[in-house]
Design a protein around this ligand. Sequence first.
Ligand SMILES: *Cc1c(COP(=O)(O)O)cnc(C)c1O
Length: 239
Amino acid sequence: MEGNITPQAMAAFDENYKRVREEIAQAAQKAGRDPNEVTLLAATKTVPVELVNYAISQGLACLGENRVQELLEKYGALNKAGCDLQFIGRLQTNKVKPLIGKVSCIQSVDSQRLAGEISRQSTAAGLTTGVLVQVNIGREPQKGGVDPDALLEFVEEVRTLPGIRVEGLMAVPPVCDNKSVLSRYFLDMHKYYVDIAAKKSDNGNMHSLSMGMSSDFPLAIQCGATMVRVGSSLFGARQ
Ligand SMILES: *Cc1c(COP(=O)(O)O)cnc(C)c1O
């Protein structure tokens, strides 16, 4: 059911989706990588569920919501069978419970408290929840994420928790027009990712380096991203 979305909205999505996939393929090829190694996660905050379902019908296989409330509002009407649903926003401990069993991965784990609650709620539900550890790669005081200096130790601790599987790292680097500065952040993230995946404690679970948004995803792919989170380039500017 497409509900009340217009043919124009569908056509605009079709065009954007084609272009974004081409840009992903080009960036991967430029870096000598297989484009299939890069997952496109659509950031669907503020996008009506009817348009999200249309996108899924056109092949979109992975999406991420930012706010628990909005995710729960869309959840019933969402064509979940066709798509992998993840959580990418900042998460308060008291909002964890309703997400468990609904999302395959929580990309924004940055405190032991939050990891502990995901572990408890997942275990209680008899489930294992995938998580990415969010890294505050620009060391910005107002931003979420683990400080890079504390990252290795943090990941090792989270890995010991039941009901949690650490699948990778996520970052939102500082807003920056300078490509060489930005690629430094992305390359640092890639180095952490490789180092952490190489640890004995990994058990082969690491497969996701989530970085790059509408403004910079080709650069992130050239620096090793395995997942890009794209919103406005797919669905248009948000109000
Ligand atoms: C909104 C959002 C994105 C996508 O942003 P765009 O610039 O619209 O592509 C990616 N990651 C997170 C965490 C977001 O909140």
